[in-house]
Design a protein around this ligand. Structure first.
Ligand code: UGA
Length: 438
């Protein structure tokens, strides 16, 4: 059992803190947001993440997981402190490090014994050195500490499973013994541990996310070519993926990637390259293709509806992906915003992301379920691939729509079947114009 302090109760902090407690460690999670801490103490989760609530409850009851606003309490017995605060996108794609700075300064002012400071937040290459400087320069008197970079690879929606079954753990530090101490925390997970210097570890995170985003933009570009040449992108991706050098993951064409990570991280990497005099052509193309992909889906709607002003469009899904209530950089919301500006009315349903969306877009008519969305609409856009959209009674949907137009931005349905049911159907990259291959 180790004593761990986690700074931040966002996705990264809350999931890591809880999972470390589940492994038998004593974890104190600190957040400056008193309301959030109070809610967590009462068992109310600030985010939707499958399995998290039960895990928090179990570990709080077992006395291994604590929530507080006090750094003193968090650091009192800690041997390790994880910085898991947000790094929002600043101007020009640059990462905004104000929360990391604040955490580092407060740790420095509060620590009373040697500590290993572990950075989990996604930060520009070189930030680990900067954090070390901040701690060193802010400490009222010198106390030994080391900084380790341990980048986060969890995905929202499957974060707990990803924590328990990581593909690898990356630890970067100039202090090898500090990395080895952190490695002990991860040994029970039995995954490969990659030890590097600080900057290399920070770069591994950016390069990993940028590569995954590149795969998505690649297949999205292929999907557009498929629509011109009459090929089916699902089968193309499948055929490619059997090649072990390529693999099947992250080759699903759709509305483009969203969320709090890929858009921000690809922009931040591009920014870092540009500020060092480089012209990151591939990264910029990835960003451009992703923006175009959202437009491409909206254009299909325009083609079919001609003028969207005065029309009602239904949305199945609002979250940036399934199994989360996160709407940050959600392709659905970007498309909806454009449609609203052009005078369309929007009806929508999402299993968990409606409350978050309603706060930002009160104009959307929120519905009880996918069938309710379909009532009287001129078209439906499938924006998030939730499981519950897989087995929809399409005959029922068809009956209640004003016009049977469906733009399936996630390729959830079979074009031919949809056409047989009487829909005017458009997928992404599924034969000529996304209509299917005959
Ligand atoms: C991503 C990475 O996958 C994690 O490894 C990383 O830890 C995390 O960012 C982070 O930096 O914190 P996440 O953003 O939660 O995780 O979600 P993903 O499952 O990677 O999906 C990102 C976006 O790509 C979603 O909008 C998803 O719908 C889209 N996507 C994914 C596709 O359009 N096609 C695909 O084949 C896969």
């Amino acid at each position: 059992m180790k004593d761990i302090c986690v700074i931040g109760t966002g996705y990264v902090g809350l999931v890591n803190g809880t999972c470390f407690a589940e492994l038998g460690n004593n974890v104190v999670t600190v957040d400056i947001d008193a309301q959030k801490v109070e809610s967590l103490k009462k068992g109310v989760m600030p985010i939707y993440e499958p399995g998290l609530e039960e895990l928090v409850e179990r570990n709080v009851q077992a006395g291994r997981l604590h929530f507080t606003t006090s750094y003193e309490e968090g650091l009192r017995n800690a041997e390790f402190v994880f910085i898991c605060v947000g790094t929002p996108e600043g101007v020009d794609g640059e990462a905004d490090l104000k929360y990391v700075r604040a955490a580092a300064e407060t740790i420095a002012k509060t620590m009373t014994h040697p500590l290993i400071v572990i950075n989990k937040s996604t930060v520009p290459v070189g930030t680990g050195d900067w954090v070390a400087d901040i701690v060193r320069n802010t400490q009222p008197k010198p106390i030994q500490f080391s900084v380790v970079s341990c980048p986060e690879f969890l995905r929202e929606g499957s974060a707990i499973n990803d924590f328990v079954h990581p593909d690898r753990t990356v630890l970067g530090s100039l202090d090898k013994s500090a990395s080895e101490a952190v490695a002990q925390l991860y040994l029970p997970l039995r995954a490969p541990i990659v030890m590097t210097d600080l900057r290399t570890a920070e770069m591994i995170k950016y390069a990993s996310n940028a590569f995954l985003a590149t795969r998505i933009s690649f297949i999205n570009e292929i999907s557009i070519i498929c629509e011109k040449l009459g090929a089916d992108v699902i089968e193309v991706a499948q055929g490619m993926g059997f090649d072990k050098r390529i693999g099947h993951h992250f080759l699903q064409a759709g509305v483009g990637y969203g969320g709090s990570c890929f858009p921000k991280d690809v922009s931040a990497l591009s920014y870092m390259a540009q500020t060092h005099g480089m012209h990151p052509q591939l990264l910029n193309a990835v960003i451009e293709i992703n923006a175009f992909q959202r437009k491409h889906v909206a254009l299909k709607l325009h083609d079919l509806l001609h003028d969207v002003a005065g029309k009602t469009v239904g949305f199945w899904g609002l979250a940036f992906k399934e199994n989360t209530d996160d709407i940050r950089e959600s392709p659905a919301l970007a498309i909806i915003e454009a449609l609203l500006e052009q005078g369309a009315t929007i009806r929508a349903y999402d299993p968990v992301a409606m409350p978050n969306t309603a706060k930002e877009m009160p104009q959307i008519i929120m519905c009880k379920n996918p069938y309710d969305v379909a009532e009287g609409v001129d078209a439906i856009v499938v924006a998030t691939p939730w499981n519950e959209f897989k087995q929809i009674d399409m005959e029922r949907v068809h009956k209640v729509m004003k016009q049977p137009i469906m733009v399936d931005g996630r390729n959830m349905y079979e074009p031919q079947k949809m056409r047989e049911l009487g829909f005017i159907y458009r997928g992404v990259g599924r034969g000529f114009n996304g209509e299917g291959v005959n």
